[in-house]
Design a protein around this ligand. Structure first.
Ligand SMILES: N[C@@H](CCC(=O)N[C@@H](CS)C(=O)NCC(=O)O)C(=O)O
Length: 216
């Protein structure tokens, strides 16, 4: 098994997950700056042309960050980052969906159609006029989440889960890419600082993160 890896908040989420799990998986680097991930060889493996992917020893390839992490959890159940029971897993998954559908997808598309458009217009169908609206949707959802997490340490409740990783890796990247964290969201700011203090956040940064001046 190997992780098809690159700079970027989604590969970083998988690297953070791997570190939190304390499992060893070799990485194969792909260059997203040169759009290697949009070339025929990579697209044959992952038709979305996006990073990361997980390639198994028999050549099977899985894309999509959440699917990759759920697969790794099934292979390496402890520590549980989705949950120990059916109920815990359902709880984590509902929070992952809330985070992805309301915050991270809007934030990423706001970036792709806005601040990052010069890179993405060559790669995707972009909607420049949607960028500000998507960022506003993400901001609204962050306010909503700020209220929901009052009095608890983690997004899904009292345990650190993949929901924390998915949101943290997005917000840590996007805050330096035109979508800063709102300090008025006290619960979310405290949660962010709590996650940021985990050793896996620094260890999961890509070797090129410092030169790119972006945390991913
Ligand atoms: N839905 C995908 C999104 C992956 C994604 O957007 N990856 C970014 C890096 S964080 C990427 O490949 N960017 C370069 C490109 O789209 O060409 C997932 O969850 O894995």
């Amino acid at each position: 098994m190997k992780l098809l890896n690159s700079f970027g908040p989604n590969p970083r989420a998988v690297r953070m997950f791997i570190l939190e799990k304390n499992i060893a998986i070799p990485f194969e680097e792909h260059n997203i700056a040169s759009a290697e991930n949009r070339g025929a060889a990579y697209v044959k493996k992952n038709p979305a042309g996006q990073m990361p992917s997980l390639e198994l020893d028999d050549g099977t390839v899985f894309g999509e960050t959440t699917a990759i992490c759920e697969y790794l959890e099934e292979k390496h159940p402890r520590p549980a980052l989705f949950g120990e029971s059916a109920e815990e897993r359902a709880n984590t998954r509902q929070w992952v969906r809330r985070v992805e559908l309301n915050i991270t997808e809007h934030s990423y598309n706001g970036f792709r159609y806005g601040d990052g458009i010069e890179v993405f217009r060559e790669r995707l169908f972009v909607i420049p006029e949607a960028a500000d609206g998507l960022k506003a949707k993400a901001s609204e959802a962050k306010k909503w989440l700020d209220g929901l997490i009052a009095g608890r340490d983690f997004i899904a409740g009292d345990k650190f889960t993949f929901a924390d990783i998915a949101l943290y890796s997005c917000l840590d990247f996007i805050k330096d890419a035109g979508q800063p964290l709102d300090d008025n969201l006290k619960n979310l700011a405290a949660w962010f600082a709590r996650i940021d203090a985990r050793p896996s956040t620094t260890s999961s940064l890509h070797p090129t993160a410092a030169e790119r001046k972006r945390r991913a």
